[in-house]
Design a protein around this ligand. Sequence first.
Ligand code: SF4
Length: 414
Amino acid sequence: MAFERGGSGLGLVRRAWWDGELKEFVHPADGSAAIERSPGTSTAGLRAEPVPIARTEGGQPLQGQLIGRPVIPADGTRPLHLPMLKAHCDGSGACCASYHHMPTTSEDAARIRAVMKDRWEGPVPLDDVFYPAFDEAPEGPLNVVEVDGGCAFLEDDGRCAVHAAGGAEAKPLGCRAFPAVLVACGEEWHASLRSECACMERYATSGAPLHADPQSWANLRAGFVRVWCVPDTVKIDAERSLPRDDYVNWMRGTVASLSKSFDPVEVLMDAESAMGLSPGAGDGAWLASVAETLEAELPELERTHPPGSAYRAAIEWGAETARGLVEDPSAETGWGRGMAQHQGRVGCQLATSVLHGHTLLEQPLLGPALTELRRILWLGLHAAAVRPAREVDGRLESMTAWIFLWRNVLPKEA
Ligand code: SF4
C-alpha cells in the first residue's frame, strides 16, 4: 500500500545489526516496501524515488498545515504557553528503540565519537555508527546504526551510553529535545510533548509539571534552525476553514473540557460536533481498515526488524488488538471504576498534549485529524480488553503505543 508519510520526501537509509550481520534498508517516503541492499551501496536501482514535499505558493515547506520558516529575531521575545501537564522520563529506553531515524548532525557525531572512543564495545566500528540518512544528501543529516532493534548507544538497562559517559549535553540535539514540541502561533509560542512516548502515559498524573523547568524550554527554542507556524487560516475540510484565533479558542475550550473530564472520547466527540463533524460515522469501517493495514505490514516487519524491536512489537500488538476489537467491539477491559477513571484521566492528558502541540495541524485537514485522534484514544483505552501493550513488551503502554502507530505507521487521511 503506497501512501504519503510526510517528512523530507526522501527515502530514509537505515542500517541495522542483528543475528551477527549488518543489514541496510531504504524506506521509501511513500510508505512502499523497504529496499534491502548491501551496506554502503547507493546505486540508482537501489535507491528510493523521492516524493515531492508540499510547499506554500511562496515556496515555504509545509508539514500538513504547519508552515516552516527560518528563525527571526522576534522569536526570542515571544511568550511561551505551556499546558497544565505532568511528565517524567524513567530512562527505560522505549523511545530509543522505536524509531527508524535518530537524527544526528556531523557536530553531534564528532562529539559523541570523542566521548565514546575509549568505551565503545559495539559490534560495528565507532567510525561506522553514523552514516548519511538520505542518499540524496551525503553531507546532510546522519542516522545511527540500530543494534538488536534499538539505537547502537542504548544499553541493556535502558540507559543511553552517551548520556552515561558525557552527560545529557553529549547526546544528539534531537535526543535532548525529544519529546518536546514548540510551535509558533501568531505572536506566541505554544509548547507540548509528543504523546507517543510510553513515559507520557506512565507519569501523566505523577510526573513533574511542565512549567517547573522554563529554562529547558528556552534552551530548546534557542537551538532551532527552523520554526513551524500555525497558518492564518486553518482548513477543517475541503469546504470549510477557521481563522487562526477561532481555531485557538476552539483548541483552548477543548483543553479546558479535557482538564475536567475522565472521558477523552466523549470530550473529543463534543469537539467534533462543535466543528460540524458527525462523530461515530464510519468508525467500524475505519477500525477494520486499521487492522488490515497493520496486518499487511507483518511480513515486511519480519524481513526488516528483529524480534526484540519495540517498533515491531508495537505493530504486531496493534494488529492483534485492532483485529480483536473488530471481532468484538464491546469487549470489556475488566477494569474497576477507579482504574477506568485513572485511564480516562490519562487519556485526557494525552489528548491535551496533542491539541496544545498543534499535532492535528501536521495533517492536511483538521476535521479528519480530530476524528482520527478520538478513534485512536478509543483504541488505546479498549485495547486492554484484548491485551495490554506492556504484556507483549514492557517498554510499551497501550494509549501511547496507539498514538505512535497513528503518527508513524498508519496512512494519513488526505
Ligand atoms: S543517542 Fe542515546 S538518547 Fe539518543 S537514541 Fe541513542 S540511546 Fe537514545
